[in-house]
Write a protein that binds this ligand. Structure first.
Ligand SMILES: Nc1ncnc2c1ncn2[C@@H]1O[C@H](COP(=O)(O)OP(=O)(O)OP(=O)(O)O)[C@@H](O)[C@H]1O
Length: 275
């Protein structure tokens, strides 16, 4: 579906991405993880054609990204950004309908009636009750759901997410990731998601690409990537990695320096068995 070959990118003198190569197949969920400043958002911008790489090649269905027109790209892929939508006086329903833009002619008309599609998206995202509200009357989390609704209306084959759960509470994080997973499986859609939360990444992604200082350190299954020594090497903190009791994927528990050591805590830092 999408392939990057020896992709590098620099901002002036600063090399931000260095010889990145990977591919994501149709229907797969690939998570991009790595510390602050490792190049995750920049990589997503290159993959979505927003920014051009300095060297290397990115192809979508075998064709270089830069050979697609904006409208062709919008029919194939959509991107959900961190600060997804700014309130501009439109209602929830109108914003979700805007996702249909790639399928409209220059008069803003679409060949097929898409009202039932919009209704089902509003319902899926729990937005039916809010459909006539203006965006500025919504909370940050509700706006994030509208933003995902708009990308759903676009019906992309490839969905790119940049930190989709940043403003969401734990309930809405899971709800959002579940909707994406469900949608991915129903449509055989490819998902590439930048995620800071390694636990969510391990739960929802088929493979993880670990970036550090602009280089791919590892690209493999969550079990192979979320390992204490590798996480320590890249993030500079020693986590405890345990097996999720329900899904049997690795989960991280953080530990701070010195916490519990003087308080009779049953397990000090050194005693914990690392995965
Ligand atoms: N427009 C820009 N001009 C110059 N440097 C930039 C620009 N955008 C990003 N950078 C630099 O490129 C590097 C990678 O940034 P990027 O946003 O891709 O990292 P990230 O892994 O997404 O970080 P974070 O986890 O903090 O969001 C950083 O050092 C950043 O300062």
């Amino acid at each position: 579906m999408i392939q990057a070959e020896n992709v590098s990118m620099a901002y002036g003198d600063q090399q931000v991405l260095d010889q990145i190569s990977f591919s994501a197949r149709q229907g797969e969920c690939l998570g991009i993880i790595g510390p602050n400043g490792s190049g995750k958002s920049t990589l997503l911008k290159l993959l979505s054609g927003v920014q051009a790489q300095t060297t290397g090649r990115i192809t979508l269905n075998g064709k270089p990204v830069e050979h697609y027109t904006r409208k062709q790209l919008a029919k194939l892929l959509s991107v959900l950004q961190q600060e997804a939508l700014s309130p501009v006086g439109f209602t929830v329903r109108e914003v979700v309908q805007m996702g249909r833009y790639p399928f409209q002619n220059w008069l803003g008309q679409e060949r097929e009636d898409c009202e039932s599609l919009i209704d089902s998206i509003l319902q899926k995202m729990g937005l039916t009750e809010l459909s006539d509200r203006h965006l500025e009357q919504l909370s940050g989390g509700e706006r994030q759901r509208v933003a995902l609704g708009k990308t759903m209306a676009q019906q992309p084959k490839l969905l790119m997410l940049d930190e989709p759960t940043t403003y969401l509470d734990i309930g809405h994080q899971i709800h959002l990731m579940d909707r994406i997973r469900e949608w991915q499986q129903q449509e055989q859609m490819t998902v590439i998601a930048v995620l800071h939360d390694l636990n969510l990444a391990a739960m929802y992604c088929d493979r993880l690409l670990l970036l550090h200082k602009g280089q791919v350190i590892k690209i493999a299954t969550p079990e192979q990537v979320i390992r204490a020594p590798l996480i320590e090497q890249v993030y500079g903190t020693i986590p405890v990695v345990i097996d999720h009791p329900v899904y049997h994927v690795p989960q991280i528990i953080l530990q701070g320096n010195g916490i519990g050591q003087d308080s009779g805590h049953p397990q000090s830092r050194k005693e914990v068995v690392q995965r």
